[in-house]
Design a protein around this ligand. Structure first.
Ligand code: DX5
Ligand code: ZN
Length: 227
């Protein structure tokens, strides 16, 4: 396996929103590499969460990059607002974009890293014509919409095929896994070739707190000999 540092991206979906500033600051102090922000519209997914105001608020509390995951229809209508709120990367769903190629260009023009998320049913080869436009691929390891679901183990094949395609073309693309990441599933995802671990419940919902949650994931990573 090539040397590829693993990044940990706490997902604030599982945070205590009454104390969001403290929670993200504590995640940053505990060594989080990114903060993952799940935007849901009640249409693309059956849940409504947060919008650009929350991105602005989090931006004021941490200096690590903000990874904004748009689970919304017509994401092109909101790219400018999210970029203006402080998003470093903006990820849209392939299934929500009739004109994905154009949307990826718009994200790049706004100065953000461009990402695409794939629902569990979407094959990796759906990305073949846009791979060179991507900075981030989010492989959903649950059906999007809710935190606290079980990791779909069958997604490992998709991750490893994507990693092979990215490496073969010598592209610099982060492969994220999103959903059901724990100290048990992190090693599976890392072994398949993912390098960004998005985790909500096992960090913000950890019984001994956020620091312990991040520590547990780092230990799982170290125990498999990955940096
Ligand atoms: C699910 C979201 C995930 C979610 C992960 O639709 O995209 O980012 O927060 O949460 P856990 O880690 O609880 O599965
Ligand atoms: Zn997400």
């Amino acid at each position: 396996m090539p040397e590829r540092p693993i990044k940990i991206a706490p997902s604030i979906l599982a945070a205590n929103f009454a104390r969001l500033g403290e929670e993200v600051s504590s995640a940053e102090a505990a060594g989080a590499d990114l903060i993952h922000i799940d935007v849901m519209d009640g249409r693309f997914v059956p849940n409504i969460t947060m919008g650009p105001m929350v991105v602005t608020a989090v931006r004021r509390c941490v200096s690590i990059p903000l990874d904004v995951h748009l689970m919304i229809v017509e994401p092109e209508r909101y790219l400018e607002q999210f970029a203006g709120s402080g998003a470093d990367s903006i990820t849209v769903h392939l299934e929500a974009c009739a004109h994905l190629h154009r949307v990826l260009g718009q994200i790049a023009e706004l100065g953000c890293r461009a990402g695409v998320a794939l629902n569990p049913h979407t094959p990796m080869n759906a990305l073949s014509e846009v791979l060179h436009l991507l900075d981030v691929i989010n492989v959903m390891t649950v059906n999007p919409g809710f935190g606290g679901q079980r990791f779909i183990a069958g997604m490992s094949n998709k991750i490893s095929q994507l990693r092979a395609a990215v490496d073969e073309r010598d592209l610099n693309i982060d492969i994220e896994v999103d959903g059901g990441i724990t100290s048990k599933t992190l090693p599976i995802a890392a072994a398949a070739g993912a390098n960004v671990m998005i985790a909500g419940t096992c960090i913000f919902g950890h019984e001994r707190g956020i620091v312990a949650g991040i520590q547990e994931l780092r230990e799982a990573q170290i125990s498999m000999g990955v940096k």
